[in-house]
Design a protein around this ligand. Structure first.
Ligand SMILES: [Mn+2]
Length: 421
């Protein structure tokens, strides 16, 4: 009898503001669903921070829905507790309630300690859930002595993690005896602890890397509860984007090490994120090298941390796909619309999208109907291009183009994902 223990999927997160990173987060979640299906688990446990915010974007809801629906269709039960990211500050409810109302979560703990018994042929499992807000009440759980297997799911940082965080304020000793397996969430790095009664207390860690210190391998825990003593098998997530972390003293060594590490990457993995720690303030050469790597699509994103001599102060330099900064938007608009006055209005609107500007643009177009006609017909010319085709074909191409143009509005992370499938 298998369970899959997943934690901190943070659906809807967009680390460094990169769309590619938002997709990575969704892909890692989908991988956990695929693993649950492939391993034919009986129970999918989510230990909190399912969503990244209490107001997730539509993509996060839809990806959650699609994933959990697959589990339901495979008769895999889903239990979840809310993390601090899933809980609104006030006057609002957690987005997890929607998933429960849709019948996709079988047990959910948000503002109370939840428990539910699941029957599996010869034995039953009682699952207890403690959300982040109720962590202080964890010692009050009345653990059943009759059931074969008791599982605790909790989203909190245990003191035993030894991390300098004021939030790590609950000790393993506060957790009552009698659990077979303790499924933890909140800490993003895989960690194995053990309760005094012998039960493993496991943090599988987040499913993707949100901060440099969470690097690099990410896992879910596949737990076999067939025997009295659970057997834990950590499965490494394959979709996680690789990171290359190096520290070096000069540009030459940085370049050498980077090149070696990048060429050493498996061809099937995603473009890496590079994190360089350099103890020399002259970083121009490293920056130049990394910019080249970004332009050659060898690196997705990089970050340089400069450690100043004899000083613990570090300054970070963020470079998000530098090439985008070289794009001259004004020039593109000018070339697209081929009308200086209108191009200037559009540029201004993009920089400062006010209602007044939008009205001005509409008024400008109403006063320049010839320009509107020219712009509309130019699209058709662009779509046909220089193809040597007859009128009938031309019409078809135009129709296709219009259809494509209409669909562009629907382009999103989701269409990217389903297209990838
Ligand atoms: Mn988290």
């Amino acid at each position: 009898m298998l369970i899959l223990h997943v934690s901190d999927t943070h659906l809807g997160a967009m680390p460094y503001g990169l769309i590619s990173r938002a997709r990575d987060i969704y892909e890692a979640f989908r991988e956990t669903i695929d693993i649950a299906l492939k391993e034919r688990v009986s129970l999918y446990i989510h230990a909190g921070d399912f969503f990244d915010t209490p107001n997730p974007p539509p993509e996060a809801y839809i990806i959650a829905y699609r994933g959990l629906k697959k589990l339901k269709e495979a008769n895999i039960k889903v239990v979840a507790v809310a993390g601090q990211h899933d809980i609104p500050k006030r006057h609002a409810i957690s987005p997890l309630y929607l998933l429960q109302d849709l019948g996709l979560i079988d047990m959910l703990a948000i503002d109370s300690i939840a428990s539910k018994v699941f029957e599996y042929g010869s034995f039953s499992i009682t699952v207890y859930g403690v959300s982040y807000v109720l962590k202080k009440s964890i010692n009050k759980i009345n653990v059943s002595k009759q059931n074969d297997r008791n599982i605790l799911i909790a989203h909190l940082l245990l003191k035993e993690l030894g991390i300098p965080s004021e939030e790590a304020d609950v000790s393993l000793n506060h957790i009552p005896d009698g659990f077979t397996y303790i499924a933890m969430g909140d800490y993003h790095i895989k960690t194995e602890l053990r309760h005094l009664c012998g039960a493993p207390a496991i943090y599988p860690g987040a499913t993707e890397i949100h901060k440099e210190n969470e690097c690099c391998d990410k896992f879910v825990a596949l737990v076999d509860l067939s025997a009295k003593e659970p057997i834990i098998n950590f499965i490494k997530l394959k979709s996680v984007r690789p990171w290359i972390k190096i520290s070096c003293v000069d540009a030459f060594n940085c370049a050498k090490e980077l090149s070696e590490k990048i060429s050493g990457l498996d061809k099937n993995v995603k473009r890496p994120i590079v994190y360089v720690e350099i103890s020399n303030t002259r970083t121009e050469n490293v920056t130049k090298l990394l910019d080249e790597m970004i332009n050659k699509r060898l690196v997705e994103y990089y970050r340089i941390k400069v450690i100043e001599e004899g000083n613990t102060i570090e300054k970070g330099i963020d470079r998000v796909a530098e090439m985008y900064e070289y794009i001259d938007l004004d020039k593109i608009i000018q070339n697209l619309v081929k009308h200086e006055g209108f191009a200037q209005l559009l540029s201004k609107y993009l920089k400062e999208p006010t209602r007044q500007m939008a009205d001005d643009i509409i008024q400008f177009l109403k006063n320049n109907i010839e320009l509107v006609k020219a712009l509309e017909s130019r699209y058709e010319v662009i779509s046909v291009g220089s193809l040597d085709i007859d009128k009938e074909k031309e019409r078809n191409v135009n129709e296709e183009y219009k259809e494509d143009f209409k669909n562009r509005g629907k382009s999103s992370l989701l269409t990217y994902l389903s297209g990838n499938k």
